[in-house]
Design a protein around this ligand. Structure first.
Ligand SMILES: [Mn+2]
Length: 350
């Protein structure tokens, strides 16, 4: 770390994420930003999340009351890929046409072409994220993806599962994301965990906060009950309302997790007061401290977080209150970073 760096002062103009002075080479944890929202079906803006979170990260204080100086092992955010930005633009225009047709693309040549284009660009994106993720993991660094919509971390989970066989997924979300090819898009944000379960040999999927889903997704989760555990928001709330402490619910959730985990965090798992501009907000959900407590207890149980992603943060289309979403996103990113480093023995905690 540079001698001039002072963790107590405001972030210097032009400094790295969280106002830090690190380079990729001297960082233990690398953020991979993916400005992609091709298949977003409702509110947009999540492609702008990586840069909005980066800006908002300057406001996050580096001191953490639980994990000692989480920034010390070095945190670095890669620049956004121009290529991915271009793919996103092209895919988004094509996807809008398909979405407008409400999935009725068959027998319409132009729409079929648009759908094909979106699906092939999604595959290219997945390959690119996978390649970058492997590069980071092979350099023995910790990987964290900043989306983008929820389809973005697919390649990262694939790479992480190859490196850490038996990997389990801890999934925060308002949605199951178990749809098969939502609106015709093979790699829809609403299909990410379906695609993971079908194609990546994860040992467990534990979903938390789920409260907006279709019958088919719930049935699929039940079919896979040997591998998938769901903690629906309604069940969580009814346990809380009848007096079970959050600590008890948390330990039931953790008991479903294997030793090594990837966290995939859709910001809409949280109460929408914390993410008003996210693409598909749903009333209810977790509070910030409940989510962080679950993550911290997971680490204290001895489990290891090998990497994580944060997705569906949206600064919104008008900048009026979009800064708030990015602010919450940056704070959650820092908390997940802190506990990931703690779980790997890189930082002491209490
Ligand atoms: Mn999701």
């Amino acid at each position: 770390m540079e001698k001039s760096f002072d963790p107590n002062s405001a972030a210097a103009e032009g400094s790295g994420i969280f106002g830090l002075p690190f380079e990729e080479s001297n960082s233990s944890l690398i953020y991979l930003p993916i400005p992609w929202e091709a298949t977003t079906s409702y509110g947009g803006g999540t492609a702008k999340a990586p840069s909005a979170i980066f800006q908002a990260s300057y406001q996050v204080d580096l001191f953490d009351g639980e994990v000692l100086n989480p920034y010390e092992p070095g945190l670095f955010c890669l620049p956004e890929s121009k290529k991915i930005k271009d793919w996103n633009k092209t895919a988004r225009v094509a996807a809008q046409k398909v979405v407008a047709s409400a999935g009725k693309t068959s027998k319409n040549k132009a729409l079929e072409q648009s759908l094909k284009l979106v699906n092939s660009l999604s595959e290219r994106l997945n390959a690119e994220v996978y390649k970058e993720s492997r590069r980071i993991l092979e350099a023995k660094k910790i990987l964290a993806v900043i989306g983008g919509d929820h389809s973005t971390p697919y390649g990262a989970m694939k790479a992480a599962c190859e490196k850490f066989p038996g990997l389990g997924i801890l999934h925060f979300d308002a949605h199951h994301d178990l749809r098969r090819a939502y609106e015709g898009f093979t790699h829809s944000h609403a299909s990410i965990l379906y695609n993971v379960l079908e194609n990546i040999p994860v040992s467990r999927l534990v979903q938390v906060g789920i409260r907006d889903f279709c019958e088919e997704e719930a049935a699929y989760a039940r079919e896979k009950s040997g591998q998938v555990s769901v903690f629906y928001d309604s069940q969580i709330k009814s346990s809380l309302f009848s007096g079970e402490p959050w600590m008890g619910i948390v330990s039931r959730i953790i008991s479903q997790l294997p030793e090594k985990i990837w966290i995939t965090f859709d910001i809409d798992a949280l109460d929408p007061k914390l993410c008003p501009n996210t693409g598909t907000p749903v009333p209810g959900g977790l509070d910030f401290e409940q989510a962080v407590y679950l993550i911290s207890q997971t680490v204290k149980s001895g489990r290891k977080i090998v990497g994580f992603d944060l997705n569906e943060v949206s600064p919104g289309d008008n900048s009026q209150n979009g800064e708030w979403d990015a602010n919450v996103g940056a704070r959650l990113l820092y908390k997940m970073t802190a506990w990931t480093l703690a779980s790997q023995g890189l930082r002491p905690y209490r």
